[in-house]
Structures are given as structure tokens and as C-alpha cells.
Design a protein around this ligand. Structure first.
Ligand SMILES: Cc1cc2nc3c(=O)[nH]c(=O)nc-3n(C[C@H](O)[C@H](O)[C@H](O)COP(=O)(O)OP(=O)(O)OC[C@H]3O[C@@H](n4cnc5c(N)ncnc54)[C@H](O)[C@@H]3O)c2cc1C
Length: 400
């Protein structure tokens, strides 16, 4: 009977975990390992593109790749891990509850936005965290076109000035002009708790974010928190109001709660604190990867961020190590020394940095070309070709 590696999630980490596990089994000439992916749909949803228009097009079908590599896909939503019995309970497409046993389990169920219980945000706010919520925002913006012109209609409040908030806010001025006409008076306001624009980034990167915001007319309300959201806009914690038909929450991401019944350490973001081989301590046959894993990237104190650049590599290592362990081989400690960022800044262009100290290397058009190459090609699934996919899935091959 085959032994099964079960992977929960078909995002960046889950997809690469599956391909990487399939690669090692193939290289070892072992066909007694089944690799199965359990997720709601057999597609990769390219979350880094959810701030763009036409969001429905930002997905990639994984069926041809999985078919080529003999990876089994199971449609379902995992609900509970029974670590004592080595099985996962899940809901099928027909809403029946059933279970699937595993020999090795990889948790790659990603993350989701956290609203911090802000009053009114669930009823009146939007977000771009998942495909359906990003689509809801897009439908809402398109619908505003048919409403009478007003300051509130033409105003978008972006709550949170982190990576996602900046990319959305700088994209919006041109998107709103396309919707409401080139001469419309539109307004985009970023409400940010910190006292500095781009406060988490290097000074060089901060300066560029400020320059792009000024050029695009994106306003920042610093040292400001959202008190409540209603149908007419937001009230800030200092009591001031911004009237807006569109309020988008972007701040605060948490790891998926799956596995909360496991007795294991999680960090402040809800990620499992994993071993160098990405195992959950105390559960040698369960791995956490991607946005589910708090993992050291090097020996100088850096840890993986909730980014797809880290999720892709974490996935490759998790898949490799789960397969290695089934095949009686040594695992590979996860390492990812290089770190880059590429931040889209709308019509201004984009900025590309290298290193954890974020040295600016490319700006404006040059940066934009690279951003498009990354988000439209590099992070997409490999071609459904065994040789190409396996070469790309090697955890030790250079990625960025
Ligand atoms: C708007 C936005 C912009 C971003 N921009 C960037 C960027 O520019 N650069 C960058 O590097 N990163 C960016 N990120 C972060 C990046 O998208 C994530 O770090 C990455 O998607 C994490 O990959 P993952 O595979 O861990 O999780 P995900 O990509 O979230 O995949 C999770 C998978 O698990 C499945 N799943 C969830 N729950 C269950 C369940 N219970 N049962 C079965 N399956 C389940 C989901 O359907 C999905 O297939 C951005 C994120 C967002 C939201």
C-alpha cells in the first residue's frame, strides 16, 4: 500500500510542497508514495495581484501540472487534524464531513486578514485579502460609476499603510480616473497608526513611497486609527470624519487557525514555530509551511515573512523533507539568505530593493518591468512538464 503525504492548501507553499515531494520520490525511483493536495479548488490564487483590476484573471489552473506529476487533488475544506489517528477531517464539495488518513501532513493553509473587531468594518468595509473579497471590492467600485458624482463617491479610505495598503492606494488614483473620468476630483487617503510613511522600511524606500504618494496625490493620515466604519465613511480615533463610499481594510494578517488543537507554540501572527526541517515540534510527521510557519531563514536572526517569496521556498523545503522522511533520507534545514522586495507604486512605477536593509536598486519604469515579471511570471506555477517543474522545485536551486 502506498504511503501518503497529504498537503492542505494549494497556494504558493502547498503547490510547491506537492511538486517538491513528487520530485524527490521520482528521483528516488519510488512509486510507493502518494502525494495528495486537499484544498477548496485546484488553482493557485495569486494574492499579490489582488490590488489590481480584473482580479478574476489572477488565478492559475493547477490541474494540468498535478496530472503530469501524478499529484492527487482532493476538493475540500480541512476542518480538524486528528494527530493521534493521523487523519484530517474535511468538508467535501457536497458539504459532507469525512476524513483522510496521512503518513506525513503538510499544513499550507496560508493566512487571512484580521479586522481587530473594528466596529462596522465587517458590514461596510472591503478588503483584498482573498479572491472573492477582492472581487467584491472591484464590483463595488465598478458600481459607483453609476451613482451621482459626490466627494464621498470619489473617495477611498485605505486602512493601514503597510505593503498591501501602499500598493492598493497608489494603484487607485488611475483606477478611479478610469472609472469616473479623467477630470473627476478623486481622493485616496491612507489611514496609518505609525508616525512615518512606510515606517517599517529603510529610509531610502520610505523616501520613494513618500515621493510616489505626493506625485499621485495619495494623502496620508499618520498617527491615526480607525474608530468605526459606517455607510458614509470612517470616524477616526481623534473623532474626525472622512466621508467615503469605499473603505478598504488592509492591516493585520494572521495565520490560518487550522491545527489550533495541536499543542505547539505559535508566534504573535499565529504561525507554528517550526524546526529547521519545518516540522511542528512534538509532531514529527506534521510540517507547517508558507504563511503557517515561523521559520529562521539564516543564522543571523532573520525569520521568514508572510510573503510569497518565502512561501515558495518554504513549500519546496517542506515537500522535500516530508518525502525524505518517508524515504528514510536526511531532511534539509530550511535556508533562504536572499531577501528582496518589489513594491508597486501605481502610475509612478515600482521600486525594487535588495537585502534585509532594503537597498534601493531599481525605480520607476525599470522597477515596474521587474514587478510585472515577478507577479505575472516568476510566481506562477511551472509549466506542466516533469523536467521543468522538477528542476524548479529543487529546494537548493537559486530562487531570487
Ligand atoms: C493583497 C495582498 C498582496 C500581497 N503582496 C505580496 C507581494 O507583493 N509580495 C509577496 O511576496 N507577498 C505578497 N503577499 C503575501 C502572499 O500572498 C502570501 O504570503 C502568500 O500567498 C502565502 O502563501 P501560502 O501558500 O502560505 O498561502 P496562500 O497563498 O494564502 O494559500 C493558502 C491555500 O490554502 C487553502 N486553504 C485555506 N484554508 C484551508 C482549509 N481549511 N482547508 C484546505 N485548504 C485551505 C487556500 O484555499 C489556498 O489554496 C500579498 C498578500 C495579499 C493578500
Amino acid at each position: 500500500m502506498k504511503q501518503r503525504i497529504l498537503i492542505i492548501g494549494s497556494g504558493f507553499a502547498g503547490m510547491w510542497a506537492a511538486v517538491s515531494a513528487a520530485r524527490l520520490a521520482y528521483l528516488q525511483n519510488n512509486d510507493a508514495v502518494e502525494i495528495a493536495v486537499l484544498a477548496p479548488q485546484p488553482e493557485l490564487r495569486v494574492r499579490p495581484r489582488f490590488y489590481e483590476a480584473n482580479v478574476a484573471t489572477t488565478t492559475a489552473d493547477l490541474q494540468p501540472l498535478f496530472a503530469e506529476l501524478d499529484i492527487r487533488f482532493i476538493t475540500g475544506h480541512a476542518e480538524r487534524i486528528d494527530a493521534a489517528e493521523n487523519r484530517v477531517w474535511y468538508k467535501t464539495l457536497q458539504s459532507d464531513t469525512t476524513f483522510i488518513p496521512y503518513d506525513k501532513l503538510i499544513l499550507a493553509s496560508g493566512s487571512h486578514l484580521h479586522h481587530f473587531g473594528i466596529k462596522g468594518i465587517a458590514e461596510y468595509g472591503f478588503d483584498i485579502d482573498q479572491l472573492d473579497t477582492a472581487q467584491r471590492l472591484e464590483d463595488h467600485l465598478n458600481g459607483l460609476k453609476n451613482q451621482p458624482e459626490s466627494a464621498a463617491r470619489n473617495t477611498v479610505v485605505v486602512c493601514g499603510g503597510g505593503f498591501t495598503g501602499i500598493e492598493l492606494a497608489t494603484e487607485l488614483p488611475s483606477r478611479l480616473k478610469t472609472l469616473f473620468g479623467p477630470h473627476s476630483k478623486t481622493k485616496v487617503v491612507v489611514v496609518e497608526k505609525g508616525s512615518v510613511i512606510g515606517g517599517r522600511y529603510s529610509e531610502a524606500l520610505r523616501n520613494i513611497i513618500r515621493e510616489a504618494s505626493d506625485e499621485l496625490g495619495v494623502e496620508w493620515r499618520l498617527n491615526a486609527g480607525i474608530e468605526m466604519v459606517d455607510a458614509e465613511g470612517v470616524t477616526l480615533q481623534d473623532g474626525s470624519r472622512i466621508n467615503a463610499s469605499t473603505v478598504v481594510w488592509t492591516a493585520g494578517v494572521k495565520a490560518n487557525p487550522l491545527g489550533e488543537n495541536l499543542t505547539a507554540d505559535r508566534d504573535a501572527l499565529g504561525r507554528f514555530v517550526v524546526s529547521p526541517e519545518l516540522q511542528i515540534p512534538g509532531y514529527s510527521n506534521i510540517y507547517a509551511t508558507g504563511d503557517m510557519a515561523h521559520a529562521k531563514t539564516d543564522d543571523v536572526g532573520n525569520t521568514a515573512l508572510m510573503t510569497c517569496q518565502h512561501a515558495i521556498q518554504l513549500g519546496k523545503f517542506a515537500g522535500h523533507n516530508a518525502a525524505a522522511s518517508l524515504l528514510g533520507m536526511e531532511g534539509l534545514p530550511y535556508r533562504q539568505q536572499n531577501y528582496v522586495t518589489c513594491l508597486d507604486l501605481g502610475a509612478w512605477g515600482a521600486v525594487y530593493t535588495e537585502g534585509w536593509d532594503q537597498q534601493v536598486k531599481l525605480v520607476r519604469e525599470e522597477g515596474k518591468k521587474l514587478k510585472i515579471a515577478i507577479t505575472n511570471e516568476l510566481i506562477y506555477p511551472p509549466k506542466a512538464d516533469r523536467e521543468i517543474a522538477f528542476a524548479a522545485a529543487d529546494p537548493l536551486a537559486k530562487f531570487v
